[in-house]
Design a protein around this ligand. Structure first.
Ligand code: BEZ
Ligand code: FE
Length: 282
């Protein structure tokens, strides 16, 4: 009689899953088992290491509550959230990136050019551009839901000094697809490090900073919605963003204002967005 091998064991587990009625669940759970077994075998995972991993995942779950989602943060710092965006995005449109935990639905609708926060939140900046389809046709009546942290690196939801919906706003494009909003130049900010994910960053000698950015969800009837960012080209963390959210195509200069620009702004950002037509129903 020959001893059972790791491959025999993996095959046995896969066999036990083969009767899973729902085909997609069968595919996902079988592939997960296959990769987990390969990982444990390749690294010769010890019982002590396995127990440490279970302890880490338990602590991650215990850190979660209605406001804090430590598992999503874990997915973010492992680049998984960014990868999921990448493999599901529509070709030919503005690149997508992570939503992050600070999105709040229901931000106020604001008029073109209005400030999304308070002038004292940071250096006055205007962001403007057009929303088009993949053929370059302007999309009038498209919606931009934008939000960002203040120059102190805090979102309104983290900072009792900021009014509700500060640095958040919903803008519509005009008939030429144009939009514009005033804001404050965003700063880099640290992702939360007071939980197990912070410990993981420290153990792996990684920093916790996000490259400075403005979030946007851009949508238009008949088109696929894109969740994306605009990154500040001068930011030192572009090459080492803690959640791997940076895409070169989303990096824009915050250029100093010059004569002819609106007199109340210090920086001007040009950012166009392209939306891909929605797949026909059925
Ligand atoms: C954010 O950009 O808001 C964010 C994204 C992932 C983790 C933490 C923050
Ligand atoms: Fe953010």
């Amino acid at each position: 009689m020959t001893a059972m091998t790791p491959d025999d064991l993996t095959r046995q587990v896969l066999g036990a899953l083969a009767g899973t009625p729902q085909p997609r669940l069968r595919e996902l759970i079988s592939s997960l088992v296959d990769h987990l077994h390969a990982f444990a075998t390749e690294t010769r995972l010890t019982q002590q290491e396995w127990r440490a991993a279970i302890g880490f995942l338990t602590a991650t779950g215990q850190k979660c509550d209605a406001e804090r989602q430590e598992f999503i943060l874990l997915s973010d710092v492992l680049g998984l959230s960014s990868l999921i965006e990448m493999i599901n995005e529509a070709d030919g449109g503005t690149e997508a990136t992570v939503l992050g935990p600070f999105y709040v639905p229901g931000a106020p609708r604001r008029a073109a050019g209005d400030h999304i926060g308070r002038p004292e939140d940071g250096d006055p900046t205007i962001v403007a551009g057009v929303v088009t389809d993949t053929a370059g046709q302007p999309l009038g009546g498209a919606t931009l839901d934008v939000w960002q942290a203040s120059a102190d690196g805090l979102y309104d939801t983290q900072d009792p000094e900021q009014p509700r919906f500060n640095l958040r706003g919903v803008y519509a494009t005009d008939q030429e697809g144009r939009y514009a909003f005033r804001t404050s130049r965003p700063a880099s900010y640290p992702i939360p490090t007071d939980g197990p994910v912070g410990g993981l960053l420290r153990e792996t000698a990684r920093h916790c900073w996000r490259a400075a950015h403005i979030h946007a969800i851009v949508s238009a009837p008949g088109h696929r919605t894109v969740t994306t960012h605009v990154f500040d080209a001068d930011n030192p963390y572009l090459g080492s963003d803690a959640v791997f959210g940076v895409r070169d195509s989303l990096v824009r200069p915050f250029r100093p204002a010059r004569p002819g620009d609106p007199p109340d702004v210090a920086f001007v950002v040009d950012m166009d967005f392209t939306l891909v037509p929605a797949a026909p129903a059925g």
